[in-house]
Write a protein that binds this ligand. Structure first.
Ligand code: FES
Length: 131
């Protein structure tokens, strides 16, 4: 029997109408992460000036929870310093969506990790890295 996964209205909305989705041509920090278990991936594009995240977009190739999590994360970090954004956790993202089902909590991780990788690249003075 297939178990039903219950999403909040907000999660469904962000999965169906993702905010800030798409590549950013003039991003100066990019982070890409794949989940080795399911193969889903997220790319975060940041435009950072003086340590402030001026703009952010994302591309997620994956499940609805990953799309919704990555999308709402972009709204959470826009205007924040890279330090504030780096400290955000997957729990904060899940809370912002009104909660995620236990077995989908891990889906909020790739957005956070992609953002942290982008910030690490920014701090290292590179746009993107291959690791
Ligand atoms: Fe892969 Fe959700 S199942 S990120």
């Amino acid at each position: 029997m297939v178990e039903q996964v219950k999403f909040t209205e907000k999660t469904i909305d962000y999965a169906k109408n993702p905010r800030n989705q798409g590549e950013m041509a003039d991003a100066n920090a990019i982070g890409e992460v794949s989940n080795p278990d399911c193969g889903d991936s997220t790319v975060m594009y940041l435009k950072v000036e003086n340590d402030i995240i001026q703009d952010v977009t994302f591309e997620t190739f994956g499940c609805a929870a990953a799309v919704a999590s990555s999308s709402i994360l972009t709204e959470m970090i826009k205007g924040k310093t890279v330090e504030e954004a780096y400290k955000l956790t997957e729990e904060a993202v899940a809370d912002e969506l009104g909660g995620l089902p236990e077995k989908k909590l891990h889906c909020s991780v790739i957005g956070i990790e992609a953002m942290r990788k982008a910030i690490a690249n920014y701090r290292n003075g590179v746009v993107r890295s291959d690791d």
